[in-house]
Design a protein around this ligand. Sequence first.
Ligand code: ADP
Ligand code: ADP
Ligand code: ZN
Length: 214
Amino acid sequence: MKIIMLGAPGAGKGTQAKMLAGKYNIPHISTGDIFRSNIKNGTELGKKAKEYMDQGMLVPDELTVDLVIDRVQNEDCKNGYILDGFPRTIPQAEALTKALSERNEKIDAAVDVEVPDEAIVTRMSGRRACVSCGATYHIVHNPTKTPGICDACGEKLILRDDDKPETVQKRLTVYHEQTQPLIDYYKGLGVLVSVDGTKDLNDVFSDICAILEK
Ligand code: ADP
Ligand code: ADP
Ligand code: ZN
């Protein structure tokens, strides 16, 4: 199963992607996680990506597309994968469709997690992230067993620089301009499904599973 997660920053894409990856035993591929791990390791890509990420802007397609197209050709992707945070622009989506069609493959579902902007800013200020394993938590809605420590891997959690309210506002604007058009793009390909992302995260997960298993 090849799945794309769509939705605003903070809609819960990563949370749901991790749960789906566990259930279907396929990799969770998050471009944000890939960039953050490059930043942490001080790579050239990380240095370039950070300039854009800190401002709430998208990393240019030239730095993003090949990375993902290569990644989905890995051996561990042969039974499918979940793309989280990619594609984020129409050119990225077109590049993905083209690369897949060259191998007679296609995306099975693009899951749009719908959350209104008003709910996003408060959600983000409570988000805590693990840069080691990519897990995300929320201080109220999805707390860890020990405050500040990742349940999955034991590393210290961070409050992302780009989760400050000013940057979140900018990211929402960028989302509406550049990423929201993907909803129509995947509707056109006949694979769009939408879920109400304001529900409790376990209910959102059940809704997604029910749709995927239809
Ligand atoms: P969120 O999950 O909150 O939406 P991500 O971790 O997916 O955030 O992304 C964080 C930042 O990384 C984005 O604001 C953007 O700067 C960059 N980024 C991630 N994925 C992409 C992509 N596909 N294209 C361009 N930039 C990206
Ligand atoms: P995205 O990957 O779309 O940016 P995340 O999965 O990181 O979003 O979720 C953003 C924040 O909201 C995190 O702190 C997460 O724990 C929390 N969250 C995720 N889903 C829900 C939900 N259904 N209800 C309340 N909070 C949620
Ligand atoms: Zn972790």
